[in-house]
Design a protein around this ligand. Sequence first.
Ligand code: MLT
Ligand code: MN
Ligand code: ZN
Length: 292
Amino acid sequence: MLLKILGAAAGGGLPQWNCGCPGCQAAREGQISPLTQSSIAVRAQAGPWLLVNASPDVRSQLERLRERGAPMRSSAIAGVLLTDAEIDHTAGLMILRESEQPLEVYSPATVKQALTEGFPVLRTLTNYCGVNWTALEPGTTSRIFGLTVEAFSLSKKPPKYEQVEPDRDWAIGLTFREDTGGVLTYAPVLSELTNSLRERFEASDCILVDGTFWRNDELQRLGISGRTALEMGHLPLGGSDGSLQQLKMMPPRTVLTHINNTNPIHLPDSEERHSVTAAGIEVGYDGLTIEL
Ligand code: MLT
Ligand code: MN
Ligand code: ZN
């Protein structure tokens, strides 16, 4: 199996257009590399690429996958898997409207509904390329282009534009397996580390995990928002009850992704970055390719 991080930043990217936090400033001044928004590509050794989440930066991200000598009109991806209906994971669907074929989209039914009503990108695409939708519900296993894909529940938090009770599965994680070996678990949203998630992580060769925030009050301290990391559905990395303390005990190769621009781990000299590295955990970046 091959996986490539196409975008390692959370919504907004690094730098974010309206932000002057230390990470955004460092990226703007060329001290650290800019990062595009949350997305990965995965494929079986002999299979086509699958896009997992369609970020607003999908246009430049797909350039990384396009092969030299590809036919004049052709797509580098065979399908799009969506882990949730957040804008940073779905706005890119609109960019894919030039597709010659209907887009093959896989997601939970909640996500399909949100993308048909609250943020009706799937409805809009009907009159462009069209969409073939396939359900990807938590607790089910699907065979998708040479990979066995297991969906599991990650969060019941609906996207902000859907003002509904948090009583359904709004975000899933995905475990990819190839028959020849190699197990990848992708969990870009982590609100708590339950025992079943811990077991799933430990049974994987590589995990790509939510690295959104360092502190629970990160946005409050910067005067950006009153919402805490946990209120936004993201378990912060730092602190004695943060995800880093738990992740560092786990055997698989662990790479952080969906990293918000405010997270001090972007800064190579920060104490926070040093603790991540000392824990044997990697900070994801655009273009990072892993073979399993
Ligand atoms: C999230 O990851 O919590 C969301 O994408 C936040 C947002 O609305 O941008
Ligand atoms: Mn997000
Ligand atoms: Zn910023």
